[in-house]
Design a binder for this molecule. Structure first.
Ligand SMILES: Cc1ncc(COP(=O)(O)O)c(C=O)c1O
Length: 426
């Protein structure tokens, strides 16, 4: 530090003088497991199987750059101006064409553009959740959704999954238990395709049953589907929203099929919910970035976006294969993992008495990072699991990362056998 230069605030303040002044909901706002990991995992010597970043280097960056330049030159006056909170009408039209790939019949009027699907989750939480309200969510669930629900002080009740996704009987049981406690869940949050973090997909035969249960109970479904077009085998699965436009709010995003950095996603909702979402978006941000929206609209109009999705699919398939092959060659006995048919994630179950959270510092020392399962449960359980994300590292790095991880797990097994099992994280 040169004389006269101030220390950054983060280093100066050890005690927060405003700690007694925050709103109650801010108490539930804590850094996610992933956020804490990002800084460490970004170091070049570490193979990161942690963060879920898409491999945007596979985009034709020069072509996208030219496209953005032309957009500003030809339509800068609208790209650099405010727009409506519902979002650009031309983009909403093109979003309908994207959703048609998953057989979702939608009209541009039903769509609200959001800042990634993360903002849609926040807006839904904002309009539906009062403190203590029950939300049903898969066990495990996407950490960002849990964060959004926690920010509005929801009480999340997890519903079990198996290799075919959400278990209908477990959903019925969760609804029954919620009712027995004198409560009614506000909605069911589900990621039916290539689940984050579990890597599983809701089986076709279960989709009608889940919808039937929710319709019978009058339970709104929030269908979060960032990975639906990134399946490795066959055609995309039929969305829940395709069979129920009254009881399902569908969330989509361009983060994984185009670019996460443009921060453009959307929600499709029944008219009354759509209107509330627009009002909530207006009070949050006035309107979303016109520049980002017109960039996506231009991309969908002038670039071979369906071909690009195929490129992404092939790339991620190769990385999924590298992951599964390395796991089956190297993992010690007692480890189990899911076999994703698309998306970014494998959910690894560790042997008895081995805890992913307590093991993490040793994994980082061995230069491999993952996300402990505890981040994906509202109650902090899930210590037996780790999420491995294969979207970003090249296949050879994935194999090396799995090799390092297998060796760390082997050491944990040895420690367990010598000193007893690791304590369960609360
Ligand atoms: C299941 C799920 N939902 C929502 C999001 C948020 O994505 P974005 O805000 O980039 O659209 C992610 C990101 O990884 C995700 O995996």
């Amino acid at each position: 530090m040169t004389p006269g230069q101030q220390q950054p605030a983060s280093q100066r303040q050890r005690v927060d003088p405003y700690v007694g002044q925050y709103a109650e909901r801010a108490v539930g706002m804590v850094a996610s497991e992933i956020r804490a990991l990002f800084a460490v995992a970004a170091r070049p010597e570490i193979v990161s199987l942690a963060g879920g970043s898409p491999y945007v280097a596979a985009l034709p960056l020069d072509a996208v750059g030219d496209m953005v330049g032309q957009l500003i030159a030809s339509r800068g006056e609208s790209a650099l101006q405010y727009c409506t909170a519902q979002g650009d009408a031309g983009l909403r039209e093109r979003i309908c064409a994207v959703m048609a790939l998953e057989e979702i019949p939608a009209h541009p009027d039903e769509i609200v553009v959001t800042v990634g699907s993360q903002q849609a989750l926040d807006l839904l939480a904002r309009i539906f959740i009062d403190p203590g309200d029950v939300i049903l969510a898969e066990a495990p669930s996407y950490v960002g959704a849990l964060g959004a629900f926690a920010a509005y002080q929801a009480s999340v009740v997890h519903v079990a999954m198996d290799d075919d996704g959400l278990i209908p009987e477990a959903l019925e049981e969760a609804i029954r238990q919620t009712a027995a406690a004198g409560r009614r869940a506000k909605f069911l949050y589900t990621v039916p395709n290539f689940h984050n973090p579990a890597g599983v997909t809701l089986a076709a035969g279960r989709r009608h049953r889940i919808l039937g249960i929710c319709q019978r109970e009058g339970l709104l479904v929030v269908e979060d589907n960032p990975y639906g077009l990134l399946g490795f085998d066959g055609e995309p699965m039929r969305a829940l929203r395709a069979d129920d436009d009254e009881g399902v709010v569908y969330l989509g995003t361009f983060s994984k099929t185009f670019a996460a950095g443009v921060r453009v996603g959307w929600a499709v909702a029944p008219p009354a919910i759509r209107d509330k979402l627009i009002l909530a978006a207006e009070s949050a941000v006035l309107c979303h970035s016109s520049f980002a929206q017109l960039t996506v609209r231009e991309y969908l109009t002038t670039q071979p976006w369906q071909e690009q999705i195929k490129t992404f699919r092939e790339l991620y398939r190769e990385r999924r294969d590298a992951t599964l092959s390395a796991l089956s060659r190297m993992m010690p006995p007692g480890c189990h993992w899911t076999r994703p048919a698309g998306g970014f994630y494998v959910w690894l179950r560790l042997p008895d008495g081995v805890n992913a959270k307590t093991m993490l510092p040793r994994a980082i020392s061995s230069r491999v990072a993952y996300v402990p399962g505890t981040g994906f449960y509202a109650d902090g359980s899930g210590g037996r699991h780790a999420r491995l994300c294969y979207s970003f590292p090249e296949p050879a790095r994935i194999s090396e990362g799995v090799r390092r991880l297998a060796s760390v797990i082997q050491t944990e097994i040895q420690l367990r056998d010598d000193f007893g099992p690791a304590a369960e994280t609360p």
